[in-house]
Design a protein around this ligand. Structure first.
Ligand code: COA
Length: 260
């Protein structure tokens, strides 16, 4: 009987997806990628899921990259297809319309670093190590690492990480903005869940529009992004939750958001 390569469990509206190939440091093979795609499609559609938390099984790794075993003898067109497939899963994650948090418990290399970067927020354990070591294999990042890393940490730092392939310790990743926070390993999951719960207590449509304004707007010319922001601001003003939020403030009580 084969084990699940991605473990899925939901609690309090938080779907936790655990990449589960610890003996291969959770490397992303085709089965892992397609199983992730399946769970993410479900998460996007399912109103019971408000946030997604991603982590890796075992003590050592979040995800140590795409599965290198599949690289030998790969044709150029198969390699391009592999990159496009990985990119599409990560794009789905980034554009879920719901917040996602990477709980980076160990190595986040290559595709693992790229997977973490596609999440809305990253929290790393002190044991985490980030990196894009593809140059060591004669490759370049292929799951949008060249793009998301440069957007997150700036072009100069991104190029240093990509051109050297050197691992980046958690504290350094925090210093350069690659991760939002660093925490002790035994507190990692609790911190991630607490953060997810906090976001889940906000108006869900406002969270969805904010994600859209940042994720889509950052790729647009500034004036068009401002226009998108104003349109989404208008949409959020049309929600019952906005009426409730404003009323609750004026009545000095906590809001009761309903997601409409
Ligand atoms: N793809 C496939 N298998 C991988 C892998 C990957 N990206 N990363 C690790 N593994 C496998 C190893 O081959 C090994 O399998 P084995 O026990 O059957 O030989 C197992 O996971 C454990 O890894 P190991 O290298 O023995 O652990 P380590 O603690 O000595 O080193 C790393 C850890 C992360 C430094 C090292 O595994 C590594 O460099 N991995 C590749 C990282 C990479 O280049 N990622 C980008 C790919 S594009």
């Amino acid at each position: 009987m084969s084990t699940d390569v991605v473990l899925a469990s939901r609690d309090e509206g938080i779907l936790t997806l655990t990449i589960n190939r610890p003996e291969k440091l959770n490397a992303l093979n085709a089965e892992v990628l397609e199983t992730l795609r399946h769970h993410l499609h479900e998460a996007k559609r399912d109103p019971e899921t408000g946030a997604v938390l991603l982590t890796g099984a075992g003590e050592k790794a979040f995800v140590a990259g795409a599965d290198i075993a599949g690289f030998a003898g790969m044709t150029p067109s198969a390699a391009r297809e592999l990159a496009r497939r990985g990119q599409s899963v990560l794009d789905l994650l980034e554009n879920l319309g719901k917040p996602s948090i990477a709980a980076v418990n160990g190595f986040a290399l290559g595709g693992g670093c790229e997977l973490a970067m596609a999440c809305s927020i990253r929290i790393a354990s002190t044991k985490a190590r980030f990196g894009q070591p593809e140059v060591n294999l004669g490759l370049i990042p292929g799951y949008a690492g060249t793009q998301r890393l440069a957007r997150l940490v700036g072009k100069g730092r991104a190029l240093e990480i990509i051109l050297t392939g050197d691992p980046v310790p958690a504290e350094e990743a925090h210093r350069i903005g690659l991760v939002n926070r660093v925490t002790e390993p035994d507190k990692l999951m609790d911190e991630c869940r607490a953060l997810a719960r906090k976001i889940l207590s906000k108006a869900p449509l406002a969270v969805k529009y904010a994600l859209e304004a940042v994720n889509i707007g950052i790729e647009m010319p500034f004036d068009q992004a401002e226009n998108l922001e104003a349109t989404l601001f208008g949409l959020s003003a049309a929600t019952a939750d906005m009426q409730e939020g404003v009323r609750a403030f004026l009545e000095k009580r906590p809001p009761q958001f309903k997601g409409n």
